[in-house]
Ligand binder design. Structure first.
Ligand code: ADP
Length: 458
């Protein structure tokens, strides 16, 4: 799962829980507050009635009709406050009541505070006793919970609407925010991916506008790339310097061995001299290949593409290897169509044919064949160099383009393992790609794709 999705998910779960907890607290708080208000109202009504009973003229109670007795109750209770109230004598008979309070007399109430149902409404009932000098009373006051319940229902409904909206806006915000703050990370990943793909060590992450943790990560990554690039440059410089320095002594050794061979020498010395000459010229070849590679990587190699005929290039290389092929009875077939015009650097691309056709002849079987083929693929050429030689084993195949990698060292002593690295580098320099396929004991095929054709002249 993506990090931004995960952050959004965590945020959604967290805010849903938080919102739910908040709503529960808010709802029960409001319910308690509403109940408290109701209780306070009823208590006030009871206290008011008690006050009237205590301060009222008790002597005349019995002379009064029931209406008069109701004077002990505040008339406004019923109309303004919606409170039902009854005052009961000790024997349970009604002493005074509001117009809507008679039902309270029949209530069997043990607790001071109850909730009950009457005429399909819920009521909250509070009762208290009063002992005066002359008599004892029970005062019961009730208020309907309908309004409280309605207020709570309204509140729950609002919450049911607001909750999801809040959650949705929150999730959207979290998603946008996490995407935004992870954008630099995506950039870093993309740049790192580019570097991994093209081994282009000069790629850098664009500087971040904000120097936060992610910005720092980008800077650190760039610093690391600076260091890597410098150390790679140093390594190449070293290779380049070393091969340059080795060139002259090796040439001198080779030339001296050649000179010495012209002299009259005993046979064993002659053999040694031949070995010296052979190995030093091999060393000379390796050194110049190393020089080509390191100069190529440094971009110091001459690269000047021009319109070239692939058929002619292959033909001249085939001619060059003609003698060597004939020695082992091999035939080189140039099947590249005539006038196969490509846009390549002549000397570099000739090196490609030299390496591939050379390898095919060198590693091919006696009496075997080498084919050079090319066909147009859209705007580019696809070149195939095929031989019916012993092939390359699946274990070696993935490594043959590596520097100094040689599949079968015992078979051939003349190679350096650098030819295919150079070939790959040249092909990529031209914007193409090279790959190899092989069936052990049957054939080997090198495929170059994306070789540019000449640009149409405007
Ligand atoms: P080398 O100088 O050894 O030829 P290369 O880089 O040109 O170096 O090739 C690397 C290795 O790949 C060779 O040593 C050889 O084992 C193998 N190879 C290349 N081309 C062929 C081929 N056409 N058939 C068989 N093996 C090959």
């Amino acid at each position: 799962m993506k990090l931004s999705t995960r952050i959004t998910l965590y945020y959604a779960i967290f805010s849903a829980l938080l919102a739910a907890a908040l709503m529960v607290v808010l709802y029960s708080g409001t319910a308690n507050a509403l109940k408290g208000t109701m209780k306070q109202q009823l208590e006030a009504a009871i206290a008011d009635t008690k006050y009237r009973l205590v301060t009222g003229n008790h002597e005349s109670y019995d002379d009064h009709d029931s209406d008069h007795e109701n004077d002990y109750i505040d008339d406004d209770l019923t109309e303004d406050e919606g409170i039902s109230l009854v005052v009961l004598r000790e024997d349970g008979t009604v002493f005074a009541a509001t117009d809507n309070g008679m039902w309270l007399a029949d209530l069997a109430q043990d607790d001071d505070e109850i909730e009950t149902k009457y005429r399909s409404r819920n009521w909250y009932v509070l009762q208290d006793d009063l002992d005066t000098e002359h008599a004892s009373y029970t005062i019961r006051a009730a208020a309907t919970t309908v309004y409280r319940n309605e207020a709570l229902k309204d509140m729950a409904q609002s919450m049911a609407v607001i909750g999801p909206i809040y959650l949705l806006i929150g999730i959207l915000g979290a998603w946008l925010l996490s995407r935004r703050s992870l954008r630099p990370v995506r950039q870093i990943t993309a740049t790192a991916g580019e570097i991994a793909e093209d081994t282009d060590l000069s790629a850098r992450i664009p500087p971040m506008p904000v120097k936060d943790e992610v910005g720092e990560l980008g800077d650190t990554f760039n610093k690391m790339m600076d260091k890597l690039e410098t150390s790679f440059q140093r390594e190449r410089q070293f290779t380049s310097d070393a091969s340059h320095e080795l060139r002259t002594p090796v040439t001198i050794i080779s030339a001296s061995a050649e000179d010495a061979l012209r002299e009259e020498v005993p046979e064993t010395v002659g053999d040694d001299l031949k070995t010296i000459q052979k190995e030093s010229s091999r060393m000379g070849k390796i050194i110049s290949q190393l020089l080509v590679l390191s100069r190529g990587y440094e971009g110091r190699l001459h690269y000047e593409p021009e319109e070239m005929d692939l058929h002619d290039m292959a033909a001249s290389v085939a001619e060059l290897y003609g003698g060597m092929a004939a020695e082992s009875g091999m035939t080189i077939h140039n099947e590249i169509p005539e006038q196969a015009l490509a846009y390549v650097d002549q000397s570099l691309f000739t090196e490609v044919f030299l390496n591939l056709i050379g390898n095919a002849v060198k590693y091919g079987r006696k009496g075997g064949n080498v084919w050079a083929r090319a066909r147009k693929e859209g705007d580019t050429w696809e070149i195939h160099i095929v031989d019916d030689g012993p092939g390359i084993s699946p274990e070696d195949l993935p490594h043959i383009f590596e520097r100094f990698y040689r599949a079968d060292k015992a078979r051939d002593r003349s190679g350096s393992g650098l030819g295919l690295s150079i070939t790959k580098w040249i092909v990529e320099m031209h914007g193409g790609k090279i790959s190899a396929q092989s069936k052990l004991g049957e054939e080997t095929e090198f495929i170059i794709t994306g070789v540019p054709t000449p640009k149409p002249t405007a």
